[in-house]
Design a protein around this ligand. Structure first.
Ligand code: FE2
Length: 300
């Protein structure tokens, strides 16, 4: 077992969760996070490990919101239906139904992606707090896009240099509906068509370099996503999409990957720069899952 390490500036010790990415913290209550120096230390730890898991947290929804506010400016999820009424900073991910009504979104996080894109502001950090966890399945899978970039052969790096990834919400929306239909899932919460006011936004092209740089640490990473990929600039067609999907398949393979097997009361916080994630499947007919989600706006 790897020994936990603690620097004098950090209020807790961290232990790696895998050789690739991720670290865990045992014996620290995130409600004790108050000193701004400790907050900065936490952010550094998250950016370093990419994913930080605080074990055995015991938070009310209000306390989770306090944690989010201590770190930065919370964001509100676009799917308002599953925001907690008293604490709308928290979005509920769940297959649980109460009085026949779903308490959360059961089909969130499909397809490898980063939450970075956000809405008005980028989303720097995502926080998930596991209240009810299935006995098997339901991992949250992560892939380090720093490590994938660093493992690329020189000529592939040259080929990628200057290429620009194109995302549209319309593509993501259509792909999600297609994925749900292929799996025969009909009890999902996605609207079957876009509202008129969403159409203009949905068509908007979001463009970023495939080889991107994290402004906080200068590390290069592969910035793309599978779900909303409309291709690359100059090739917004099947060929461009396939190019990104092939790259993504490789970049999310075992050498760059850590799959987080949840324990009840884990609180995960991850940095959306340099990292992809996807929700692992679980048997929704047998297990209950209840996760609270929050996110923090980028400071830049
Ligand atoms: Fe996500």
């Amino acid at each position: 077992m790897t020994a936990a390490t603690k620097t004098p500036e950090t209020p807790f010790a961290t232990t790696p969760l895998s050789p690739v990415l991720g670290a865990e913290v045992v014996g620290y209550d995130v409600r004790d996070l108050k000193d701004p120096r400790d907050v900065e230390a936490l952010k550094l730890c998250v950016r370093d490990a990419q994913v930080l898991c605080f074990r055995d947290q015991n938070l009310t929804a209000a306390e989770m919101v306090t944690f989010l506010r201590t770190i930065g400016e919370p964001q509100y999820h676009v799917m308002r239906k599953f925001l907690m009424p008293e604490t709308p900073e928290i979005y509920v991910l769940s297959n649980v139904k109460e009085d026949g009504k779903p308490v959360g979104n059961a089909y969130e996080g499909m397809g490898w992606h980063t939450d970075l894109k956000g809405q008005d502001k980028r989303t720097a950090f995502t926080v998930l707090y596991g209240r009810e966890i299935p006995e098997t399945g339901g991992a949250t899978c992560f892939a380090s896009m720093y490590r994938a970039y660093e493992a690329l052969p020189a000529e592939k790096r040259k080929e990628l240099d200057g290429l620009q990834f194109v995302y549209t919400y319309e593509t993501q929306y259509n792909n999600r509906l297609k994925m749900l239909a292929e799996k025969g899932i009909t009890d999902h919460s996605y609207p079957t068509e876009l509202r008129p006011e969403q159409v203009e936004y949905a068509k908007r092209r979001h463009i970023n370099p495939i080889v991107d740089v994290n402004p906080y640490n200068g590390r290069k990473w592969l910035h793309m996503a599978t779900g909303g990929c409309a291709g690359i600039v100059g090739k917004e067609n099947e060929e461009g999409v396939q190019f990104v999907l092939d790259l993504s398949d490789w970049a999310t393979s075992a050498p760059f990957r850590y799959d987080h097997a949840w324990r009840k009361n884990d609180l995960l916080i991850w940095d959306n720069y340099g990292l992809f994630h996807v929700a692992g499947e679980y048997d929704k007919t047998k297990h209950r899952r209840l996760i609270w989600r929050g996110s923090i706006a980028d400071e830049r």
